[in-house]
Design a protein around this ligand. Structure first.
Ligand code: ATP
Ligand code: MG
Length: 537
């Protein structure tokens, strides 16, 4: 067994060449490649031909981020995207971990219409490092190294550098939901093959269509489906810097309408949020172009699936990770959906559910989800972390860290993270089981469940609930909490331990939108919450 995964070993290729040059010299040359909504209100539209003209230049964030990543790919440099707005220490840590030679940084970020200054943070993060910063200055200030100045001096016809198929394309850190983010390495050949296959086979994109991935470009979903796969396949991709619900939820629906988006790829977090805002928003919009919604990143509760399918378009839940680079489990369009169950291993993926000793479990038994590496988009390695890779890939199997169960027809349901499993007496309950049952109550927007040791009762389940009505008084809250406990027991059957419900206006999240249960646990037990560098709130 090799200690790294590979694809097209020995071949030569280049992802930027395939994303740009190939189309720019084809009948697609004048088709829109990319539509980027900057947070300052500017909308950039570039055709394949124009985009090629600019990729020899390094540029940041939004349009600039897309160009920078492609420009790196073009010359064979490995890009390491770090989401703008991440704290200075986290930035410095990643600069040190990647041993970056150049930092391309924006001096501000637009969030909810406000300009957040980043220059001081970047300067502090790079202090004492021998690391030039190429600035995307958005506030009119001039700095010694300016991206757009460089851009204007570039020759449009710089050829792409052929690289080995297994040459690293990028390092990208995981979301940090369960602990310190891992630097995942993907390569030109495998990443192209794996992501584009699913763009057609799972997300069902057709030539000439427009695809919108709401994920930030600096997370894996943004890398794979905001940038590379749609461009590799000659489609039009939409990018948006600001929040989807700024200044109000209408912004999301307007973007869908304005660009006649055909397929949307988003997250359960956003779908829950749009469900909370209500059906009057989609009812007001013209969504006639939208024919498919993909959901990835977290467990998609049946109620949320039904809402999205009814009010947006047919919704395909799909499971994957930064490490897998592209979808691994999903329900293809030719199969009936079972809301709450993600579906089947996709072509090329072999998935197993294992017990604690590594034995394969039959249908109906909860266990650790493992995959057989060897499908094209599987990570090449973990950057600077061979021990982490060896821990994850053992005896030819990759341990995903999630727990799952398959039914008799082969549909897999994701139950949550192995680290978050709740021990309730003899039972082992995944967080998704409790949270999904909670969200099926009409008073609940979203929920997070944790297990806690209890001095008197052994173990208790505590559920944090974001209620639809935020301002209930104490008495109403107590009644509602009791109702929700009853509802939960009715949905899940007998639970061997006490359940406590508490109300909260929001849940702790990563910047990529995932609920971070370890923060809730730490708050209860006083234990160390671990790495908080990617926390949003
Ligand atoms: P870290 O590995 O640093 O703790 P992370 O696992 O959240 O962070 P990502 O690679 O962004 O980092 O997310 C992958 C994880 O997201 C999966 O392991 C799984 O827990 C969750 N996930 C993704 N898609 C789905 C889905 N469709 N259903 C349930 N969970 C999902
Ligand atoms: Mg993970």
């Amino acid at each position: 067994m090799r200690d790294e995964a590979g694809w097209f070993s020995g071949g030569q290729t280049n992802a930027a060449y395939n994303a740009l040059d190939r189309h720019a010299h084809s009948p697609r040359r004048n088709q829109l490649a990319l539509i980027a909504h900057a947070g300052d209100g500017q909308v950039h539209r570039l055709t394949y031909r124009e985009l090629l003209d600019r990729v020899a230049v390094y540029l940041p964030s939004g349009l600039e981020a897309a160009l920078t990543l492609l420009a790196c790919a073009r010359i064979g440099a490995i890009h390491a995207a770090i989401p703008a707005g991440l704290g200075g220490l986290a930035l410095r840590e990643r600069l040190l971990d990647t041993q970056a030679r150049l930092l391309v940084a924006a001096d501000r970020l637009y969030q909810s219409g406000r300009a957040l200054p980043l220059a001081a943070l970047v300067e502090a993060a790079t202090e004492g490092l021998d690391l030039p910063v190429l600035w995307h200055s958005r506030g009119g200030e001039r700095r010694p190294l300016e991206l757009w100045e460089l851009l204007e001096r570039q020759r449009p016809d710089t050829p792409a550098e052929p690289v080995a198929a297994e040459h690293p394309l990028f390092i990208l850190y995981t979301s940090g939901s369960t602990g310190k983010p891992k630097g995942v390495v993907h390569t030109h050949g495998g990443f192209m093959a794996g992501t584009t296959y699913h763009l057609r086979a799972l997300y069902d994109l057709k030539d000439g269509e427009t695809f919108w991935t709401t994920a930030d470009l600096s997370w894996i979903v943004g890398h794979a489906y905001g940038l590379y796969a749609p461009l590799l396949e000659g489609l039009t991709t939409v990018l948006r810097e600001d929040k989807l619900d700024y200044p109000d939820p209408g912004a999301f629906y307007e973007t869908l309408e304005q660009h006649a988006v055909n397929v949307l790829l988003t997250s359960p977090t956003w779908l829950r949020s749009f469900r909370r805002h209500g059906p009057e928003w989609p009812a007001r919009a013209d969504l006639s172009s939208l024919r498919l919604v993909g959901s990835v990143g977290e467990y998609l509760a049946p109620e949320v699936w039904h809402w999205a399918t009814e009010h947006l378009a047919w919704t395909v839940d799909n499971w994957w990770q930064t490490e897998t680079g592209a979808p691994c489990l999903a329900t293809p369009l030719c199969q009936p959906a079972k809301p709450g169950k993600v579906g089947f291993p996709l072509p090329g993926v072999r998935a197993l559910i294992l017990d604690a000793e590594g034995r394969v479990l039959p249908p109906g038994h909860k266990g650790r989800l493992a995959l057989q590496p060897g499908f094209p988009s599987f990570m090449h390695t973990l950057w600077n972390n061979p021990a982490g890779y060896a821990r994850a890939v053992q005896d030819g199997l990759y341990l995903t860290g999630d727990i799952a169960v398959a039914d008799d027809e082969g549909y897999v349901a994701l139950l949550g993270r192995g680290d978050d499993v709740i021990k309730a007496g003899e039972q082992r309950i995944g967080t998704a089981e409790i949270e999904g049952a909670m969200v099926s109550h009409p008073a609940v927007v979203e929920a997070a469940a944790i297990g806690l040791p209890d001095p008197e009762r052994g173990e208790i389940i505590k559920v944090y609930v974001v209620p639809r009505t935020p301002d209930m008084d104490g008495e109403v809250q107590a009644v509602m909490a009791q109702k929700l406990v009853t509802h939960l027991r009715r949905r899940l059957g007998p639970l061997e331990v006490p359940v406590e419900v508490v109300f909260t206006p929001q849940l702790p999240r990563t910047k990529s939108g995932k609920i971070v249960r370890r923060v809730l646990r730490a708050r209860e037990t006083g234990a160390d919450p671990g790495d908080l560098s990617t926390l949003e709130n």
